[in-house]
Design a protein around this ligand. Structure first.
Ligand code: F6P
Length: 323
């Protein structure tokens, strides 16, 4: 199969490093005489034919920028047979030999729909949540954690000065990865995640009271979204311990900002890999992933069967040393 033209799109929640992967794919493809088009607004643009031609300069000055120059969306129409049919028709009309979809697990499902509709499809994981089960790492995760850590460090200064408790909600949808790693990095007294059952009285309040008895005067509690309401947790801590607890929801700030070195390097490596080791080798319907710190790829159907593992050891270590 001679690959002459590919399309790239970004879908779902944006993640820092998406631009770095777009840049790598574009430059690597052009060097191999493969034409590249950028699809706007994720799968929506693939259905409606919203695209532009990419050249060397289209991707200049973006490696350090958060967000995505291709824009993103969560396209409900693409969840229907009709929507996927429209996208497939566009790909055939434009003679697109392969589509690279960059995003989280929703995007992986979208990439599988394209493959099922007969369009050569490649997926690259990019989501701050790090919840794409087939890959131990998703582009954007490192930047998001560093942002969360910096924000909590600032909250810590004021919690320390006023001897208060800062209850901070971080993103992650149903995945506690951001919470656990941010929690260990900021020395959180308690970390609440959806993967680990907890009892507010037994595991959180009692723990805060114990650390208070051991001389602790300010406290940080990290809560992953998808658990109990963070404001309710803060209220209960205040009521039960007498320590003033304040709730902060970090929200979308975690999705923005300049990607870290780690995200730029992994994005660039995965982008080159998708062209050189997958598409140019005529290996399609593949999901690119990181395994044991190496870039690999899986059949998209198999990639969807992986189960996300939770790092219990890191979680228990974090609690052990934050007393
Ligand atoms: O998937 C990334 C993410 O930021 C999740 O952490 C969060 O649950 C969700 O997207 C928020 O989505 P939206 O920006 O559409 O509210």
């Amino acid at each position: 199969m001679k690959i002459k033209k590919i399309a790239i799109l970004t879908s779902g929640g944006d993640a820092p490093g998406m631009n770095a992967v777009i840049r790598a794919i574009t430059r690597y493809s052009l060097a191999k005489n493969v034409e590249v088009i950028g699809i706007m607004h994720g799968f929506t643009g693939l259905r409606t034919g919203d695209y532009f031609s990419m050249n060397l300069r289209t991707v200049s000055d973006i490696i350090h920028r958060g967000g995505t120059i291709l824009y993103s969306s969560r396209d409900l129409m693409f969840k229907t047979e009709e929507g996927v049919g429209e996208a497939a028709e566009f790909c055939r009309k434009e003679k697109i030999d392969a589509v690279i979809s960059i995003g989280g697990d929703g995007t992986l499902k979208g990439a599988q729909c394209l493959a099922k509709a007969g369009i050569n499809s490649v997926f690259i994981p990019a989501t701050i949540d790090n919840d794409v089960a087939c890959s131990e790492y998703s582009i954007g995760y490192d930047t998001a954690m560093n942002t969360a850590m910096e924000m909590v460090d600032k909250l810590r200064d004021t919690a320390q000065s006023h001897e208060k408790c800062s209850v901070v909600e971080v993103m992650g949808r149903n995945c506690g990865d951001i919470a656990v790693r941010t929690g260990i990095a900021v020395g959180a007294t308690a970390i609440i995640v959806p993967e680990h059952e907890y009892n507010l009285d037994e595991d959180i309040i009692k723990r805060i009271k114990y650390t208070q008895k051991m001389g602790k005067r300010h406290f940080i509690v990290i809560v992953a979204e998808g658990c109990e309401k963070t404001s309710q947790i803060a209220k209960k801590i205040s009521e039960e311990t007498g320590i003033q607890a304040r709730c902060t929801i970090l929200g979308h700030v975690q999705r923005g900002g300049s990607p870290t070195l780690r995200d730029r390097v992994i994005a660039s490596t995965m982008g080159c890999y998708a062209i050189n080791d997958v598409i140019l080798k005529s290996r399609v319907n593949r999901a690119v992933a990181l395994s044991c710190n190496k870039v690999v790829d899986y059949d998209i159907g198999d990639a969807l069967k992986f189960k996300k593992c939770f790092d219990e050891k890191l979680y228990s270590n974090a609690l052990e040393i934050s007393i």
